[in-house]
Design a protein around this ligand. Sequence first.
Ligand code: IMP
Ligand code: MG
Length: 175
Amino acid sequence: MVEILKKILITEKEIDEACVRLGAEITNDYQGKDLVLVGLLKGCIPFLSDLFKRIDLPLETQYMVASSYHGSTTSNELHIKYDLEIPIKDRHILLVEDIVDSGQTIKTVTKMLKERGAASIEVVTLLNKEVNNTLNPKYVGFYIPNEFVVGYGLDFNEKYRNLPYIGVLKEEYYD
Ligand code: IMP
Ligand code: MG
């Protein structure tokens, strides 16, 4: 375990089991549907690559880079730094996220993709800090407490995304 961590919250084995479970559910739910996985970079990388091997469907993958500014103002602006390469009208979209925290990112991206005419939009997230949002994403790996976590895609100042497990950052590193 790296020294910035207080503890390991979710092990590699538990993550793998979650990918198997979620992959089976998604395979079942999207039978006969034209599925597009939309990964939100950069955090989605390890989760998406493990999850999509467990989905037994002829799916397509696309990626977005979105950053949201949660200011003190009422408008939650979402800046799309890299957009989808294809139109998504009438296609079934499954957004792949590392973590849903306030839910603002998912909420805004969902609204935008709805406006482009997607047939359906759902969310698969490895982690949900459910005390911070009321979104109820359809597919959730783990419900976690409101602590800052890193690893398996999640960063602290752009580092530690490559850890194979999810760990809780020591309090002394919080703002
Ligand atoms: P939301 O828009 O508040 O749901 O924020 C989602 C984004 O915030 C995630 O994609 C992460 O980049 C970041 N984030 C939220 N909580 C954590 C955490 O505990 N560790 C690392 N990144 C986090
Ligand atoms: Mg992220």
